[in-house]
Design a protein around this ligand. Structure first.
Ligand code: PLP
Length: 384
């Protein structure tokens, strides 16, 4: 289904199994566990789409078609994790390539990308995550850029990058744009419609939504050579998702819209609550008019600003850790995008050069009753 509008997106998600089983009449597809698929008496595959489970598998295809439709993309490939999906993009670049990265992005990806690119003689430039116009200087300087990476809203600072502007600049120099849209989700943002060429997700997060599946995805607008290369990379190098995980992901995506809309409504209220709280120094949430990226976020996100926010408490690392530790309903844990609210102190996890403020806490707001979340935050803030 091309060009789904917002309501069609919710419908695509709710009906996330396009291939109704005509044999059984089942409304929900089964899990295909077979790793190999039979051939007929002339050695032709019985179903040309299925040869061996490292190439493809009927259960992956259900989830891939659903996500491709949600992103308004041509095709999707699932991977064993978000990092495997991101790695497939970089494995597909040839030595000597030039990539442009945001200066603030998901730390695990940044660490691996820098390490990989060093080993492969791939040259990296960095732009200001909060100002896509700074991409121009990076690409003009090289005049041989292959890939521009965008992550918006970014982790954990919640900077907003203008996807349309990044795509305009990149395309003037024949570079591809890949957007890590994990935090925005296809509920609020469709980067391919804004000009991006590829979208990646840590499907571990909102797409699955229940903190019980590790998965990644890449969606493409068209079948360009980089897409062919990363598809080959997946089946040949074998970073495939398991059938059970693909099936759970499909099940998670059926409720994507209600979960993510509720999380974003809660996050907006939590952000406003924190912003007026005397124990809080500052709040970073793209939905707040005080956020420097609010106007861009309003243009490129429809219907909400996501469930992620960061705030700084008045005090130091010790104060922030005390607040996190005092939460009763909200759990201290890494990761994001589940139905349960999680709080994290990134400063403890990331190295000093990343300059994550020591008094900052990141919230992945879940779908709990809003009043219960606000009461928990209030009692934790007043305990220090
Ligand atoms: C979690 C995350 C990743 C990595 O995904 P995994 O599924 O943990 O491998 C990449 N990008 C963003 C923005 C993330 O939040």
């Amino acid at each position: 289904m091309k060009n789904p509008n917002e309501r069609q997106g919710a419908t695509v998600a709710a009906k996330a199994a396009h291939y109704l089983d005509v044999n059984s009449g089942a409304v929900v597809p089964g899990i295909q566990l077979s790793t190999t698929f039979a051939r007929d008496d002339r050695y032709a595959p019985i179903n040309a789409a299925n040869l061996y489970a490292r190439d493809d598998n009927p259960t992956f295809i259900h989830a891939e078609r659903t996500l491709a439709d949600l992103e308004n993309g041509e095709e999707c490939r699932l991977f064993a994790s978000g990092m495997a999906a991101i790695a497939s993009v970089f494995y597909s670049l040839t030595p000597g390539s030039h990539v442009v990265l945001p200066d603030a992005m998901y730390w695990g990806a940044k660490l691996w990308i820098h390490d990989h690119c060093k080993r492969q003689d791939i040259f990296i430039s960095e732009y200001d995550t909060a100002d896509a116009s700074t991409i121009e200087a990076c690409v003009a300087d090289q005049n041989r850029t292959n890939l521009v990476w965008v992550e918006t809203p970014s982790n954990p600072m919640m900077h907003v990058t203008d996807i349309a502007l990044a795509s305009d600049i990149a395309h003037q120099y024949d570079a591809l744009v890949c957007v890590d849209s994990t935090a925005a989700t296809p509920v609020f943002s469709r980067p391919l419609d804004l000009g991006a060429d590829l979208v990646v997700h840590s499907a571990t997060k909102y797409l699955n939504g229940h903190s019980d599946v590790l998965a990644g995805a890449v969606v493409t607008r068209d079948e360009h050579p980089l897409w062919e290369a990363l598809s080959t990379e997946r089946s040949m190098a074998g970073a495939v998702i398991g059938s059970f995980e693909a099936w759970l992901l499909l099940r998670g995506m059926r409720t994507l819209f209600v979960r993510v809309e509720r999380a974003a409504e809660n996050a907006m209220q939590v952000a406003e609550f924190l912003e007026q709280h005397p124990a809080v120094e500052s709040v970073s949430y793209p939905g707040l008019s005080s956020h420097p990226g609010h106007e861009v976020a309003k243009q490129q996100m429809q219907g909400g600003f996501g469930g992620m926010l960061s705030f700084q408490v008045n005090g130091n690392a010790e104060t922030a850790l005390k607040v996190a530790g005092a939460m009763q309903i909200i759990t201290s844990a890494t990761s994001l995008g589940g139905v349960e609210t999680l709080i994290e102190h990134r400063h403890t996890l990331e190295p000093a050069e990343n300059m994550i403020p020591e008094n900052q806490l990141r919230l992945s707001v879940g779908i709990e009753r809003l009043e219960d979340l606000l009461d928990d935050i209030e009692q934790a803030l007043s305990s220090v």
